[in-house]
Design a protein around this ligand. Structure first.
Ligand SMILES: NC(=O)c1ccc[n+]([C@@H]2O[C@H](COP(=O)([O-])OP(=O)(O)OC[C@H]3O[C@@H](n4cnc5c(N)ncnc54)[C@H](O)[C@@H]3O)[C@@H](O)[C@H]2O)c1
Length: 442
């Protein structure tokens, strides 16, 4: 039982206010990913000074919408899917965050992902709150037509609360620019005008931004390279292991490779490959596209799934799903640096083990903020109908990511904390300052 659940740990004030209770819509015996976020907030609270007065606001999402998404399947039957949109916090601006299609999506997961968006947007100082959406479906089992109907019905259902100035979805796991095009079209049809700014991560021909598809991986690279510099490790020849070879993992691997680093292992849902001599990520992506799996890539050896965590490397990039680095494997990781491309890949217990072992972690809320940063550029470009060159976008992205990294590194050094706690100190301070200044309505 965590302090969050245990009424014995509450101060009299907290008891009086009914605080630190798990909301009734979560199972106290199996809180799920949101428990990680609650624990991260607990850890940062001592550093928040007077703003800790408002900390409860972070533990409760502002708004949760659960929708039924019924569609006609190609075989003529009707199927129903669970859909979610959670707006965790909007103190600093409209909610912003992706939409995930995955068979394991739960309310707790979407709550956690939306909360991490609040922290991420504040850590990088983008003028957004945090939101996230998801549908509990394994999209690999459905046709393009079925996925289009699913996306359109889901968009209409959550249309009550999204909008260019309210909440702006984007792609996440198993959603892509085509999904965003359908969402934009559906929302536009419903409001009677073309509203490009309602989603980001759109195709470039529909008001999307140049540089968006590689932006998250690029941010992983920029913050990873800064961290290597701080640790006195050379980028050239750095050995990189990547878990997840999708949008984030693939781009991060390519950009590290382009800067002279060596990709020594790749794991995705289909398997794990390693090569001490280095894997060319471009050729590996071609192999994956051709064969449908990463294994069998010429010149690589196939590893068992759990052996991935013990690969000899300098930098480990988890870029798949949450809760991958746990108590079970954190002690075996050989990397000196972990750069979290995925959201929530490291449990708090694993974080403690890594800290004790002197492994530096660039946390998700910083490392993978490149995607939402270019989403912010896309939103700004859509509003002004004035589009920037890819060079302008990449230069602005690199500057924002580098500056965010360096300022969080300073906070880490000043307080003697991890980079994650530093990111939470800066982000929670920004969110709660906004909350305090706005005051409680009415
Ligand atoms: N796409 C973005 O711009 C963006 C931005 C910020 C954070 N993220 C986060 O990055 C992570 C990856 O997102 P993405 O957009 O690259 O998704 P994606 O769907 O493009 O790729 C996911 C990758 O993870 C792999 N994977 C899935 N299950 C796995 C497992 N059990 N073991 C090993 N690998 C597995 C898949 O094979 C695939 O290679 C997610 O946590 C997402 O929330 C994405």
């Amino acid at each position: 039982m965590t302090a969050t659940q245990d009424p014995q740990n509450q101060t009299p004030e907290q008891k009086k206010l009914g605080q630190h209770q798990i909301p009734s819509y979560l199972d106290p015996n199996n809180i799920g990913p949101y428990e990680i976020f609650l624990e991260q907030v607990e850890r940062v609270t001592p550093y928040l000074g007077k703003l800790a007065y408002w900390v409860e606001t972070l533990k409760r999402p502002k708004r949760i919408l659960i929708v039924d998404v019924p569609i006609h399947l190609d075989d003529g039957t009707v199927a129903h899917f669970e859909g979610y949109r959670v707006q965790h916090n909007t103190s600093r601006g409209p909610a912003k965050g992706g939409v995930r299609y995955h068979q394991d999506v739960t309310l707790s997961e979407v709550m956690a992902l939306s909360a991490w968006m609040t922290i991420k947007n504040a850590a990088v100082n983008l003028p957004y709150g945090g939101g996230k959406g998801g549908i509990r479906i394994d999209p690999r089992k459905y046709s393009a037509g079925e996925l289009e109907r699913l996306t359109r019905r889901y968009t209409t259902e959550i249309g009550l609360i999204i909008g260019p100035e309210k909440d702006i979805p984007a792609p996440d796991v198993n959603t892509n620019p085509q999904t965003m095009a359908w969402m934009m079209d559906t929302y536009s049809m419903n409001v009677g005008r073309t509203a490009t700014g309602v989603v980001t991560g759109k195709p470039v021909s529909l008001g999307g931004s140049l540089g968006r598809s590689d932006a998250t991986g690029r941010g992983v690279f920029v913050t990873g390279a800064e961290a290597l510099g701080k640790l006195g490790l050379p980028l050239s020849g750095a050995r990189i292991a990547v878990q997840g070879f999708g949008n984030v993992g693939n781009a991060a691997a390519r950009i590290f490779h382009d800067h002279g680093a060596k990709i020594v292992a790749i794991q995705d849902v289909t398997g794990t490959i390693a090569s001490a001599a280095g894997i060319d990520p471009y050729a590996a992506a071609d192999h994956l596209a051709k064969t449908g799996k990463i294994t069998g890539f010429p010149g690589s050896e196939e590893l068992k799934r759990e052996e991935f965590w013990t690969v000899d490397c300098d930098v480990l990039i988890p870029a798949a799903l949450e809760k991958q680095i746990t108590e079970a494997n954190a002690g075996q990781i050989k990397a000196k640096l972990i750069v979290e491309g995925a959201n929530g890949p490291t449990t708090p217990q694993a974080d403690d083990i890594l800290r004790e072992r002197g492994v530096t972690v660039v946390p998700d809320v910083l490392a993978n903020a490149g995607g939402v940063t270019v989403s912010y550029f896309e939103w700004v470009q859509d509003f002004s109908s004035f589009f920037w060159t890819e060079e302008e976008i990449n230069n602005r992205l690199d500057r924002i990511m580098s500056e965010a990294f360096l300022s969080l590194w300073d906070v880490k050094e000043r307080h003697g904390v991890t980079l994650r706690t530093a990111a939470y100190i800066v982000a929670c301070t920004r969110v709660l300052e906004a909350r305090a200044l706005r005051g409680l309505y009415p």
